[in-house]
Design a binder for this molecule. Structure first.
Ligand SMILES: [Fe+2]
Ligand SMILES: [Fe+2]
Length: 268
Protein backbone atom coordinates (compact mmCIF):
# COMPACT_ATOMS: atom_id res chain seq x y z
CA UNK A 1 0.00 0.00 0.00
CA UNK A 2 1.24 3.44 -0.88
CA UNK A 3 1.99 5.58 2.20
CA UNK A 4 -0.27 8.66 2.46
CA UNK A 5 1.88 11.77 2.14
CA UNK A 6 1.94 13.84 5.31
CA UNK A 7 0.20 17.20 5.06
CA UNK A 8 2.81 19.91 5.41
CA UNK A 9 2.09 21.97 8.51
CA UNK A 10 3.41 25.16 9.99
CA UNK A 11 5.36 24.82 13.23
CA UNK A 12 3.36 25.50 16.41
CA UNK A 13 4.11 28.67 18.32
CA UNK A 14 6.40 26.83 20.77
CA UNK A 15 8.24 24.95 18.01
CA UNK A 16 8.72 28.23 16.17
CA UNK A 17 9.98 29.90 19.36
CA UNK A 18 12.70 27.27 19.79
CA UNK A 19 13.61 27.39 16.11
CA UNK A 20 13.88 31.17 16.19
CA UNK A 21 15.84 31.31 19.42
CA UNK A 22 18.19 28.35 19.04
CA UNK A 23 19.27 29.26 15.51
CA UNK A 24 23.05 29.65 15.42
CA UNK A 25 25.64 29.84 12.69
CA UNK A 26 29.07 28.26 12.43
CA UNK A 27 31.68 30.94 11.83
CA UNK A 28 34.20 29.95 9.15
CA UNK A 29 36.41 33.01 8.79
CA UNK A 30 36.85 34.06 12.41
CA UNK A 31 37.40 32.17 15.64
CA UNK A 32 34.85 32.13 18.48
CA UNK A 33 37.21 34.41 20.49
CA UNK A 34 37.22 36.96 17.65
CA UNK A 35 33.46 36.81 17.20
CA UNK A 36 32.78 37.15 20.94
CA UNK A 37 35.81 38.99 22.41
CA UNK A 38 36.00 38.40 26.14
CA UNK A 39 36.23 42.19 26.74
CA UNK A 40 32.72 42.56 25.32
CA UNK A 41 31.11 39.24 26.28
CA UNK A 42 32.63 38.94 29.77
CA UNK A 43 33.81 36.22 32.10
CA UNK A 44 33.56 33.35 32.84
CA UNK A 45 34.28 32.70 29.20
CA UNK A 46 32.11 29.62 28.56
CA UNK A 47 32.00 28.09 25.06
CA UNK A 48 29.08 29.05 22.81
CA UNK A 49 27.75 25.45 22.80
CA UNK A 50 27.35 25.55 26.58
CA UNK A 51 25.36 28.78 26.42
CA UNK A 52 23.18 27.50 23.59
CA UNK A 53 22.42 24.35 25.61
CA UNK A 54 21.88 25.88 29.06
CA UNK A 55 20.48 29.41 28.59
CA UNK A 56 16.72 29.09 29.05
CA UNK A 57 14.70 32.27 29.65
CA UNK A 58 11.55 32.10 31.78
CA UNK A 59 9.70 34.82 29.83
CA UNK A 60 9.22 33.66 26.26
CA UNK A 61 7.96 36.10 23.66
CA UNK A 62 8.20 36.00 19.87
CA UNK A 63 8.90 39.09 17.77
CA UNK A 64 5.34 39.08 16.40
CA UNK A 65 3.87 38.98 19.93
CA UNK A 66 6.31 41.66 21.08
CA UNK A 67 5.33 44.11 18.31
CA UNK A 68 1.59 43.56 18.90
CA UNK A 69 1.92 44.10 22.69
CA UNK A 70 4.07 47.21 22.33
CA UNK A 71 1.74 48.75 19.76
CA UNK A 72 -1.24 48.25 22.07
CA UNK A 73 0.66 49.73 25.02
CA UNK A 74 1.67 52.84 23.05
CA UNK A 75 -1.87 53.33 21.72
CA UNK A 76 -3.20 53.24 25.27
CA UNK A 77 -0.58 55.63 26.68
CA UNK A 78 -0.91 58.18 23.86
CA UNK A 79 -4.70 58.27 23.97
CA UNK A 80 -4.61 58.77 27.76
CA UNK A 81 -1.96 61.52 27.32
CA UNK A 82 -4.21 63.30 24.77
CA UNK A 83 -7.09 63.19 27.26
CA UNK A 84 -4.79 64.59 29.98
CA UNK A 85 -3.68 67.49 27.75
CA UNK A 86 -7.30 68.33 26.82
CA UNK A 87 -8.32 68.28 30.49
CA UNK A 88 -5.26 70.44 31.46
CA UNK A 89 -4.45 67.79 34.02
CA UNK A 90 -0.98 69.14 34.95
CA UNK A 91 -2.56 72.36 36.31
CA UNK A 92 -4.94 70.41 38.54
CA UNK A 93 -2.48 68.05 40.25
CA UNK A 94 -1.46 68.40 43.88
CA UNK A 95 1.69 70.56 43.79
CA UNK A 96 3.58 68.51 46.42
CA UNK A 97 3.17 65.41 44.26
CA UNK A 98 3.71 67.24 40.96
CA UNK A 99 6.79 69.32 41.87
CA UNK A 100 8.16 66.64 44.20
CA UNK A 101 8.05 62.88 43.62
CA UNK A 102 6.72 63.08 40.05
CA UNK A 103 9.27 65.74 38.98
CA UNK A 104 12.12 63.78 40.58
CA UNK A 105 11.26 60.58 38.73
CA UNK A 106 10.48 62.07 35.34
CA UNK A 107 13.68 64.15 35.22
CA UNK A 108 16.07 61.56 36.73
CA UNK A 109 15.01 58.47 34.77
CA UNK A 110 15.04 59.18 30.97
CA UNK A 111 18.83 59.36 30.44
CA UNK A 112 19.59 56.16 32.43
CA UNK A 113 16.84 54.50 30.33
CA UNK A 114 18.75 55.60 27.22
CA UNK A 115 22.05 54.22 28.56
CA UNK A 116 20.25 50.94 29.28
CA UNK A 117 19.29 50.80 25.57
CA UNK A 118 23.02 50.94 24.71
CA UNK A 119 23.89 48.11 27.11
CA UNK A 120 20.96 45.99 25.87
CA UNK A 121 22.29 46.43 22.32
CA UNK A 122 25.71 45.28 23.56
CA UNK A 123 24.08 42.07 24.86
CA UNK A 124 22.13 41.75 21.58
CA UNK A 125 25.50 41.55 19.79
CA UNK A 126 27.90 39.93 22.27
CA UNK A 127 25.76 37.56 24.37
CA UNK A 128 26.60 33.98 23.48
CA UNK A 129 23.06 32.46 23.39
CA UNK A 130 20.54 33.17 20.61
CA UNK A 131 17.61 33.48 23.02
CA UNK A 132 19.60 35.94 25.18
CA UNK A 133 20.47 38.06 22.11
CA UNK A 134 16.85 38.13 20.90
CA UNK A 135 15.48 39.13 24.32
CA UNK A 136 18.15 41.83 24.55
CA UNK A 137 17.05 43.17 21.14
CA UNK A 138 13.53 43.58 22.54
CA UNK A 139 15.07 45.08 25.71
CA UNK A 140 16.93 47.74 23.73
CA UNK A 141 13.73 48.75 21.93
CA UNK A 142 11.97 48.86 25.33
CA UNK A 143 14.58 51.20 26.78
CA UNK A 144 14.47 53.57 23.81
CA UNK A 145 10.68 53.69 24.24
CA UNK A 146 11.03 54.41 27.98
CA UNK A 147 13.57 57.21 27.40
CA UNK A 148 11.50 58.87 24.68
CA UNK A 149 8.15 58.53 26.47
CA UNK A 150 9.44 59.97 29.74
CA UNK A 151 11.25 62.87 28.03
CA UNK A 152 7.96 63.61 26.26
CA UNK A 153 6.04 63.61 29.56
CA UNK A 154 8.68 65.93 31.10
CA UNK A 155 8.27 68.25 28.11
CA UNK A 156 4.50 68.35 28.69
CA UNK A 157 5.26 69.86 32.12
CA UNK A 158 7.94 72.44 31.20
CA UNK A 159 5.36 75.21 30.77
CA UNK A 160 4.19 74.64 34.36
CA UNK A 161 7.69 74.61 35.86
CA UNK A 162 11.07 74.98 34.03
CA UNK A 163 12.74 72.45 36.34
CA UNK A 164 11.16 69.68 34.22
CA UNK A 165 13.80 70.57 31.58
CA UNK A 166 16.26 68.71 33.84
CA UNK A 167 15.11 65.52 32.12
CA UNK A 168 17.66 66.61 29.48
CA UNK A 169 20.03 68.69 31.63
CA UNK A 170 20.51 66.72 34.83
CA UNK A 171 23.30 64.33 33.78
CA UNK A 172 25.35 67.22 32.34
CA UNK A 173 25.44 69.15 35.61
CA UNK A 174 27.85 68.63 38.49
CA UNK A 175 25.50 68.37 41.45
CA UNK A 176 26.31 65.59 43.93
CA UNK A 177 23.38 63.48 42.74
CA UNK A 178 24.23 63.56 38.98
CA UNK A 179 27.93 62.85 39.78
CA UNK A 180 27.01 59.84 41.93
CA UNK A 181 24.41 58.63 39.42
CA UNK A 182 26.81 58.99 36.43
CA UNK A 183 29.44 56.99 38.26
CA UNK A 184 26.94 54.30 39.29
CA UNK A 185 25.43 53.94 35.80
CA UNK A 186 28.87 53.93 34.12
CA UNK A 187 29.86 51.03 36.37
CA UNK A 188 26.65 49.04 36.00
CA UNK A 189 25.42 49.94 32.50
CA UNK A 190 27.58 51.85 30.01
CA UNK A 191 30.97 50.35 30.90
CA UNK A 192 29.92 46.71 31.27
CA UNK A 193 30.38 43.47 29.35
CA UNK A 194 27.26 41.55 28.28
CA UNK A 195 27.57 39.24 31.32
CA UNK A 196 28.20 42.08 33.79
CA UNK A 197 25.20 44.05 32.52
CA UNK A 198 22.96 40.96 32.67
CA UNK A 199 23.93 40.34 36.31
CA UNK A 200 24.38 43.88 37.67
CA UNK A 201 21.48 45.56 35.93
CA UNK A 202 18.87 43.14 34.62
CA UNK A 203 19.19 40.58 37.44
CA UNK A 204 20.00 42.79 40.43
CA UNK A 205 19.00 46.41 39.75
CA UNK A 206 15.92 45.91 37.59
CA UNK A 207 14.52 43.10 39.71
CA UNK A 208 15.28 44.69 43.06
CA UNK A 209 14.82 48.37 42.27
CA UNK A 210 13.27 49.37 38.92
CA UNK A 211 10.28 47.04 39.08
CA UNK A 212 9.47 47.98 42.67
CA UNK A 213 9.90 51.69 41.95
CA UNK A 214 7.61 51.61 38.92
CA UNK A 215 4.88 49.66 40.71
CA UNK A 216 4.99 52.08 43.68
CA UNK A 217 5.01 55.12 41.39
CA UNK A 218 2.02 53.83 39.39
CA UNK A 219 0.07 53.36 42.66
CA UNK A 220 1.08 56.81 43.92
CA UNK A 221 0.17 58.51 40.61
CA UNK A 222 -3.18 56.77 40.69
CA UNK A 223 -3.84 58.10 44.19
CA UNK A 224 -2.84 61.62 43.09
CA UNK A 225 -5.32 61.37 40.15
CA UNK A 226 -2.45 61.58 37.65
CA UNK A 227 -3.95 59.05 35.24
CA UNK A 228 -1.41 59.93 32.51
CA UNK A 229 1.67 59.05 34.56
CA UNK A 230 -0.04 56.06 36.14
CA UNK A 231 -0.83 54.58 32.68
CA UNK A 232 2.66 55.39 31.32
CA UNK A 233 4.39 53.86 34.34
CA UNK A 234 2.35 50.66 34.15
CA UNK A 235 3.18 50.33 30.46
CA UNK A 236 6.91 50.75 31.23
CA UNK A 237 6.88 48.40 34.24
CA UNK A 238 5.45 45.54 32.16
CA UNK A 239 8.47 45.90 29.83
CA UNK A 240 10.86 46.02 32.78
CA UNK A 241 9.46 42.83 34.29
CA UNK A 242 10.11 41.07 30.95
CA UNK A 243 13.67 42.17 30.28
CA UNK A 244 14.60 42.12 33.99
CA UNK A 245 14.50 38.33 33.57
CA UNK A 246 17.35 38.22 31.04
CA UNK A 247 19.89 37.95 33.88
CA UNK A 248 18.31 35.05 35.82
CA UNK A 249 19.19 32.37 33.23
CA UNK A 250 22.75 33.80 33.00
CA UNK A 251 23.18 33.16 36.72
CA UNK A 252 21.52 29.74 36.41
CA UNK A 253 23.88 28.79 33.57
CA UNK A 254 26.85 29.49 35.87
CA UNK A 255 25.40 27.40 38.71
CA UNK A 256 24.54 24.54 36.30
CA UNK A 257 28.08 24.57 34.90
CA UNK A 258 29.58 24.61 38.41
CA UNK A 259 27.37 21.67 39.45
CA UNK A 260 28.30 19.73 36.30
CA UNK A 261 32.04 20.27 36.76
CA UNK A 262 31.82 19.25 40.46
CA UNK A 263 30.02 16.04 39.46
CA UNK A 264 32.66 15.34 36.80
CA UNK A 265 35.48 15.92 39.28
CA UNK A 266 33.88 13.45 41.72
CA UNK A 267 33.83 10.80 38.98
CA UNK A 268 37.51 11.32 38.08
FE1 LIG B 1 13.47 50.97 31.15
FE1 LIG C 1 15.06 48.25 31.97
Amino acid sequence: MKPTPQEPRLPTRDEYYDLENRLEWTPKYVSEEELFPVDMTGVPNLPIDVWAELYDAPYKVTYREYVKNQKEKDQKVFSVRDAGIRAELVKKLDSTYHQGAFCFHITAVPIPEYTAAIAEIRMARFAKAGEWRNLATFGSMDEVRHAQLQILLSHDNVTVNPKFAFAHKMFWTDGWLPIAARSFFDDTITGTTAIEFALLTTFAFETGFTNLQFIAYAAMANKANDFVFSTATQSIQTDESRHAQIGHPVLKTFTDVTKLSEELQKKV
